[in-house]
Write a protein that binds this ligand. Structure first.
Ligand code: NAD
Length: 488
């Protein structure tokens, strides 16, 4: 059956949204968006260049003082209203996720709920931000802190989960009293533009939320702008290095949410059926294009063969195909370039014998030939020092490696330059606590995965970044304390 045509009627006005104004002829060029399901063009996306980034930052700055002075309960109500509008438009926003990057409907339809929860969670913070009273000695004084916003925050986000990324970042930034220039990826700009429209409809003052799709040059111009108070970047490590260099010009602080090479660590006493179900989601969920997907599977040798058999048997039954169909669990990867890059990693691994290829590793043909489909790919006995085990592939490739002791498991788990997530599978609570402390990761999930929680901090260590989204840490990311000392 051919892939369902892209629902192009869901595409919003693609003009840049600066204040209340749409700009359709900016200086950053045009990106031709294509539907990953069939490679066909959908819409031309105008991109912001240095000129539009400057206009957006100046527009945001003009709105900043009034927004920072807006009472917390008003900011709260606006965020709640935005959440209600996302709920109203949930079906269209879910459809837009599929259109933007080929995310299967099954996953896409859960995303508005995640976005709504984040907006409501941070609405709850907007009226609870206050300072602290600070004890002083030896001089008697009154000392307190004021939590102040940074001003204009530049949010640069990737293409892999646009609706969730936008809500995760926008909600704490606005709750804290900052204004925003949001730069979505040129590959997936539609959701951000639609949320910008909804923010205006919700009643956010024009200029508080500006949405300027752009490519690297536009993003860099935004980071270099002298009036940016803080940059928060979600994306890859190499881009992060460029952004840090650009931010150095004005010594602007940068939050970083980067990639990972997260591991499932399956101990001998684990529930293998559950561990297998979770491990396979490392390649099935978003076709392996999730920052925290567990794409390394480290398994105690006593259960290694059973785990491999269970995962490969389950993956063979996963419905791969048209992302618009309800039954599809695994869709395409985002682009022709991504497809080639991922298959290149597979070819190099095969050539160098870095592991045994058990399944997948090929582009899918037939009705799917025009889209960017790669079958779920499993390598066994992967060399821990190889590219397969060390690099974020950002595609549907799972790498299995056995271990014989907890010490070896930890050495393997911690043996990359990343540190985003770790998934532990064990029925021994003491093992769970001990390994959770010792593993180098910003998040540890034991015997299950909660989904994207608005209330829990999420972020990386090592080269997975240093920002935190979620929970109180997520709103603190966009506030800085000012200290006031008064002699008394
Ligand atoms: P990317 O680094 O190529 O691009 C991310 C964003 O940066 C895009 O908006 C892009 O246009 C922009 N950009 C590119 N060059 C720039 C420059 N020189 N200056 C300013 N902006 C620039 O990443 P991607 O391919 O869009 O996303 C995949 C990466 O994102 C993966 O590494 C993934 O793990 C990571 N990611 C991390 C998280 C997290 O929360 N830790 C979440 C999602 C994705």
């Amino acid at each position: 059956m051919p892939v369902t045509a892209a629902p192009t009627d869901l595409i919003p006005d693609t003009g840049l949204l600066i204040g209340e104004t749409r700009s359709t002829d900016p200086t950053g060029g045009v990106h031709q968006h294509v539907y990953a399901g069939d490679g066909r063009p959908t819409a031309e996306v105008p991109l912001g260049g240095a000129v539009e980034m400057d206009t957006a930052v100046r527009t945001a700055r003009a709105a900043q003082a009034a927004w920072a002075a807006t009472r917390g309960n008003v900011r709260r109500d606006l965020l709640l209203r935005l959440a209600d509008l996302v709920e109203r438009d949930a079906a269209d926003l879910a459809g837009l996720q599929t259109l933007e990057n080929g995310c299967p409907r099954q996953f896409a339809s859960a995303m508005p709920g995640v976005a709504i929860e984040h907006l409501r969670y941070y609405a709850g913070w907007a009226d609870k931000i206050g300072g602290q009273v600070v004890p002083t000695w030896p001089v008697r004084a009154v000392d307190y802190t004021l939590d102040e916003p940074y001003g204009v925050v530049a949010l640069i986000i990737p293409w892999n989960g646009p609706l969730v990324s936008v809500a995760q970042m926008l909600a704490p930034v606005l709750a804290a009293g900052n204004v925003v220039v949001l730069k979505p990826s040129e590959l997936a700009p539609f959701t951000a533009l639609r949320i910008g429209e909804l923010a205006l409809e919700a009643g956010f003052p024009p200029g508080v939320v500006n949405v300027v799709p752009g490519a690297a040059a536009g993003g860099e111009a935004l980071v270099r702008h002298p009036d940016i108070g803080k940059v928060h970047f979600t994306g890859g490590g190499n881009t992060a290095r460029t952004i840090l260099a650009a931010a150095a010009e004005h010594l602007v602080p940068v939050g970083l949410e980067l990639g990972g090479k997260s591991a499932h660590v399956v101990f001998g006493d684990a529930d293998i059926r559950m561990a297998a179900r979770l491990a396979m989601s490392g390649v099935v969920a978003l076709s392996g294009q999730g920052c925290a997907n567990g794409t390394r599977v480290l398994v105690h040798s006593s259960v290694y063969d059973e785990m491999l058999r269970t995962v490969t048997a389950r993956l063979a039954r996963v419905p791969v195909g048209d992302p618009a169909q309800e039954r599809t669990m695994m869709g395409p990867v985002v682009s022709e370039g991504a497809c080639r890059r991922i298959l290149g990693v597979v070819e190099r691994a095969r050539g160098a014998r870095h592991g045994r290829l058990l399944s997948g590793g090929e582009r899918l043909g037939g009705d799917l030939a025009a889209g960017y489909f790669i079958g779920p790919t499993v390598f066994a006995d992967v060399d821990p020092a190889s590219e397969l085990a060390q690099e974020e592939i950002f595609g549907p490739v799972l790498a299995f490696t056995p271990f014989d002791s907890e010490e070896e498991a930890l050495r393997l788990a911690n043996g990359t330059r990343y540190g985003l997530g770790a998934y532990l599978h064990t029925s021994d609570l003491r093992t769970a606590h001990r390994v959770s402390r010792a593993v180098a990761a910003g998040s540890v999930w034991v015997n299950g995965v909660p989904g994207v929680l608005p209330s829990a901090p999420f972020g990386g260590v090592r080269q997975s970044g240093w920002g935190r989204i979620g929970g109180e840490a997520g709103v603190r990311e966009f506030l800085r304390p000012k200290n006031v000392w008064i002699a008394s």
